[in-house]
Design a protein around this ligand. Structure first.
Ligand SMILES: Cc1cc2nc3c(=O)[nH]c(=O)nc-3n(C[C@H](O)[C@H](O)[C@H](O)COP(=O)(O)OP(=O)(O)OC[C@H]3O[C@@H](n4cnc5c(N)ncnc54)[C@H](O)[C@@H]3O)c2cc1C
Length: 459
């Protein structure tokens, strides 16, 4: 690609930053346009009780290379840190029960730990075991998570194990989420064998090592390091409202101006924002983008004096099945998961509330969120005092829902853009994986497409 070809990157979250860095490596002229006052999007490390706490994500997947490699390339290899414990609990009824060992995204693959955990009723266990003898089931094309797991192993496995895990990661519902788009390992297991359990047991062993990694000092260090790289021109506080085609390129309408001219555009904003931006270029892409639903979540980190905490917190946290009807959906026991945070002298607990179909937390003000979260944590953990400090963060439409049909919809979006607006691409959490690692993978893919398109154009 000839030096000087101009690429506009819309959105300065992890996808946009990782994309811009790669485009600069290829010698392109890059402008990042970010509506907010700072870079990083949903990666937000704040301070509470004198220590860094994550308002958004706190780890990334370590069993795929993209995030780990990027951290290493940026000199953050020594700062990678695994959670001190992976043990997790489920809050069911009036008790915390251990998430049974040996499971794939909540689908149990061994009977012993499942029985010991007491998570399922005896009837629920008996139904789960039927998977081993039931004839092959054909769930049809692109089934939901619940359709596959429920048919093989029964409702309880879905409601008490898989929905808290898969639904928790996506703030979604197992009966709406596409299995292929959100739970690939389960989909692969289901394809491998008549029995889901046997299929999952046949999976090749993973690479070992921690499943997730964080960064000492917080994930925003990744954003800070990226911001120190050559990313081209970075315009903060600049919202892109639309794109018009010009002779051989595009003009991006910016508020405040000036507008930006570019030969290629990579849009990394959430799908609902992207729909507005491409509306004038490709009504078909805009309509498909607008069809990607998003769920809203509130996170609340509460800091307690150690005297408030009566039960030892042995584990990284707990998940709360939707069927329990609680406000909180999960709680990370932050100081147990990340012992360095204990230097605050406090016990830090980070709760999440809200998911697809449950907007109760979003409707409460911060004081009420803290009160209600504290009340529920008191019930679960036996706390004795009110929190000494708290941090509430809101994520309106923060979690894209990969509903059944998602992958076909994303294929449609890409095909519509290729037809109506060649050189305009989408990437990021709304499309092909919402985790940080998947966003970085998409950045690599789209940067490669833009670079390759330019090379073809220049020959
Ligand atoms: C509470 C929470 C917890 C999470 N936990 C984890 C976790 O533990 N591990 C994990 O891997 N992932 C986690 N995720 C998911 C992950 O953090 C996000 O999916 C990912 O960071 C999204 O990156 P992105 O660049 O695609 O989008 P974003 O971070 O949303 O960035 C998009 C950017 O576009 C900007 N923008 C929007 N509209 C415009 C416009 N019109 N013009 C210009 N700019 C615009 C926004 O201001 C934003 O900065 C979590 C997410 C949340 C909310």
């Amino acid at each position: 690609m000839p030096e000087g070809r101009r690429v506009a990157v819309v959105g300065g979250g992890i996808t946009g930053l990782a994309t811009a860095r790669l485009l600069r490596h290829s010698g392109l002229t890059v402008t990042i346009l970010e509506a907010g006052a700072e870079l990083g999007g949903k990666i937000q490390t704040r301070e509470l009780a004198g220590v860094p706490v994550e308002a958004g994500p706190d780890t990334f997947l370590a069993r795929v290379p993209w995030a780990v490699d990027l951290c290493r390339e940026l000199g953050l290899g020594d700062a990678l840190i695994a959670p001190a414990t992976g043990k997790a609990w489920l809050w069911i009824g009036d008790r915390l029960r251990p998430l049974p060992e040996r499971h794939v995204l909540g689908v149990p693959t061994a009977l012993g730990p499942l029985l010991e955990s007491g998570v399922l009723s005896p009837a629920g266990v008996a139904r789960a075991v039927l998977d081993l003898v039931l004839p092959r089931t054909d769930p049809g094309p692109d089934p939901s998570v619940a359709a596959v797991v429920g048919r093989r192993m029964g409702r309880q496995v879905v409601e008490r194990l898989v929905d808290p895990l898969v639904g928790g990661i996506n703030a979604g519902r197992a009966d709406g989420l596409s299995l292929a788009a959100t739970a690939r390992p389960i989909a692969d297991g289901a394809a491998r064998s008549r029995s889901l359990v046997l299929g999952l047991r046949q999976a090749k062993p993973g690479p070992g090592g921690p499943v997730f990694l964080g960064l000492v000092g917080g994930l925003h260090r990744l954003v800070d390091r990226l911001a120190e790289e050559d990313l081209g021109t970075v315009r903060l506080g600049t919202a892109v409202s639309g794109i018009t085609a010009t002779d051989g390129g595009y003009t991006l309408g910016c508020t405040p101006g000036p507008d930006v001219d570019a030969d290629s555009v990579i849009i990394t904003t959430p799908a609902f924002a992207t729909a507005e931006i491409v509306g004038g270029l490709s009504p078909a892409a805009a309509s498909a983008l607008a069809g990607i639903r998003h769920a809203s979540v509130v996170t609340a980190t509460l800091a307690y004096h150690p005297s408030a905490d009566v039960r030892p917190l042995e584990g990284a946290g707990m998940l709360v099945p939707r069927v329990e009807g609680r406000l909180i959906t999960a709680c990370t026991w932050s100081t147990s998961k990340w012992p360095a945070l204990a230097s605050s002298g406090m016990v830090l607990l980070r709760a999440s509330a809200g998911r697809d179909g449950d907007t109760r937390a979003m409707e409460l003000d911060d004081t009420e969120v803290v009160r209600r979260v504290h009340d529920e944590l008191t019930e679960a953990l036996g706390l004795r005092e009110a929190p000494a400090a708290s941090l509430v963060s809101r994520w309106p439409r923060g979690f894209p829902q990969y509903d059944v049909g998602h992958q076909a919809r994303v294929d449609d979006i890409e095909a519509s853009l290729a037809r109506d607006a060649p050189g305009v691409f989408v990437a990021g959490a709304s499309y092909r994986g919402l985790g940080i690692a998947a966003c970085i993978e998409q950045a690599r893919r789209v940067a490669g497409l833009v670079t390759a398109a330019g090379l073809v154009g220049s020959t």
